[in-house]
Design a protein around this ligand. Structure first.
Ligand code: ADP
Length: 289
């Protein structure tokens, strides 16, 4: 199984004639609400890929729809608490040219408790995967707990924060970075990501594909991206990560897990939207590129 300590957001997309200027009151032309948050996206991807995914997180009194949506996509929501703080959300203003401005409110995502975490993780079996990203609190505690319990501890260093990633680094088995995050981490530590003591590192390179570094064998594996016309790359990275983790969870060797993830991510960039449009395993396997 996969245990995901992760964010759950409402992405509120307001269509505007132009982006608001200071002091301006502006009526939106349209509002659409989507399930979002890197954590939720990864949970949906891994569940759609065929894994049992237990999401550990929190929503506010306004968050029942998000939990229902996760459940609909096959995620185990037993370990999502409902608390008094509002659900995390992103207020996304988009103008007619597609330019955007985003206000992010972490809300309930930063109010997870040690008790909640302990209760969930104590149900994990050794060999299970624990995954974290940088949109919740409790990351250091979770990584340490996961390592002590013999879980495979994985981390996506996004949104990048040097302190957050350094706090979990000693406990990690697998680290996911995109190209920019890899540079930021090297800048912060003074060393390449492959010299930080984490046994497996995957760096995604957008349309150039992804690269896996195995410190155990010293091998470098390159998986090229598939040739598709990109219309919206949001959620591609989260889908890729969720699919890799599901592959590993289901016993696939790393190259096969990454190839499947590459197919799922390629489908994602061809369609607008995030969590709501993540392909399932059959669609991912059957797709023609
Ligand atoms: P992030 O969204 O986290 O920055 P990347 O942009 O590196 O992540 O993308 C993650 C993966 O998604 C890539 O490794 C690749 O497999 C796939 N991908 C991203 N952009 C494209 C693209 N334009 N065409 C095909 N595949 C893509």
């Amino acid at each position: 199984a996969i245990w995901n300590l992760g964010s759950i957001n409402a992405d509120m997309v307001y269509a505007l004639p132009h982006l608001p200027t200071p002091g301006e009151t502006l009526a939106a032309l349209d509002l659409q609400q989507f399930l979002g948050g890197k954590g939720a996206n990864m949970s949906v991807a891994a569940a759609r890929a065929g894994s049992h995914v237990c999401h550990i997180g929190a929503v506010g009194p306004d968050g029942k729809w998000a939990v229902d949506r996760l459940m609909e996509y096959g995620v185990d929501t037993r370990y999502i608490d409902q608390i008094d703080t509002p659900t995390g959300h992103a207020i996304i203003a988009v103008d007619r040219q597609g330019e955007n401005q985003i206000i992010l409110f972490p809300g309930a995502n930063r109010e997870l408790t040690n008790d909640q975490l302990g209760l969930a993780v104590s149900q994990a079996g050794s060999g299970d995967i624990l995954v974290l990203q940088n949109e919740t609190n409790m990351q250091g505690e979770a990584a340490k707990m996961g390592r002590e319990l013999g879980l495979r501890v994985c981390y996506a260093a996004a949104p990048f924060d040097a302190e957050a990633v350094q706090a979990v680094l000693p406990f990690l088995d697998l680290l996911f970075l995109n190209e920019v995050e890899a540079q930021q981490l090297e800048h912060a530590t003074g060393k390449p990501a492959t010299e930080l003591g984490v046994s497996d590192v995957i760096i995604t390179l957008g349309a150039k594909g992804a690269r896996h570094f195995s410190m155990g064998t010293g091998e470098i594996l390159d998986i090229p991206a598939l040739p598709v016309t990109a219309v919206d790359t949001t959620g591609a990275g989260d889908t890729f990560t969720g699919y890799v983790l599901s592959g590993l969870d289901r016993g696939l060797p790393m190259p096969q897990a990454m190839m499947l993830a590459t197919r799922a991510a390629a489908l994602m960039v061809t369609r607008p939207g995030t969590a709501d449009v993540i392909p399932d395993l059959k669609e991912t396997q059957d797709a023609q590129f």
